[in-house]
Design a protein around this ligand. Structure first.
Ligand code: CA
Length: 232
């Protein structure tokens, strides 16, 4: 029942390649979104302030102000910071993806991509924004339930014994299923940025958590060169 995801939702596409911009405009318009477009980061920011779209599709490689800088300015602006952002990145630009996610982008799509893939990502990000609300203190994804108040995780109703760190790690990822977290974001979210925690120890904790979750552990996916996500 997600046929209404697009209802009344507006998007801004910032992309300097005219053909791609037209293709995206055509496809997203057909999906029922109200579509705004800009070809530079500067124009994108202006339009963002004027049109207040729900979500911005942002190319990282732009002439002048690049996408990372646009992303940074959006997240620092109290009026704009809640705008969802999906980055468009070139293949092999993992370091840019990591930086973009750490600047607060919600997701990314790697070029070349089919418009259908982008539409699915947009709908997924917009759905996530709606479903962030917690039901009676519990997060639920498929057969995994995390009870914040009781500090308990159950799989098919069966309690699982997690350490405090594993619980925090799962909580972080389950709050935004489908969202990719970089190792640095995990260190900040789980360990309050504790400097002694390395990328490697994050990997070790993820492996341990996966094991304890049994078959549901497969929902924690490794995103090569970027980080981890809990699959919806
Ligand atoms: Ca570009």
């Amino acid at each position: 029942m997600n046929a209404t995801t697009t209802d009344g939702q507006s998007l801004l596409i910032v992309e300097d390649e005219p053909d791609l911009l037209e293709l995206l405009r055509f496809n997203l318009d057909r999906e029922g979104f109200e579509v705004h477009t800009a070809e530079t980061g500067e124009d994108g920011l202006k339009l963002l302030r004027r049109a207040r779209p729900n979500l911005m599709v942002l190319d990282l490689m732009l002439p002048g102000m690049d996408g990372l800088e646009v992303c940074r300015q959006v997240r620092q602006d109290a009026a704009l910071k809640d705008t969802s952002i999906i980055m468009l990145t070139a293949k092999g630009e993992e370091s840019d993806i990591v930086r973009g996610l750490e600047m607060g982008a919600d997701d990314y799509v790697t070029k070349p991509f089919s418009p259908r893939v982008l539409v699915a990502r947009i709908q997924s990000v917009l759905r996530r924004v709606k479903s962030v609300g917690v039901e009676d203190g519990r997060l639920r994804v498929a057969n995994v339930t995390l009870d914040q108040e009781r500090h308990e995780v159950t799989i098919d109703g069966q309690p699982t014994d997690l350490t405090a760190t594993e619980f925090k790690l799962l909580h972080l990822m389950m709050k935004r299923p489908g969202r990719v977290y970089t190792r640095q974001q995990i260190i900040e979210g789980v360990h309050e940025g504790f400097a002694a925690v390395t990328d490697r120890s994050v990997d070790v904790q993820v492996v341990a958590l996966r094991k304890k979750l049994g078959a549901a552990g497969r929902r924690i996916e490794t995103v090569r060169g970027v980080g981890y996500r809990f699959r919806e």
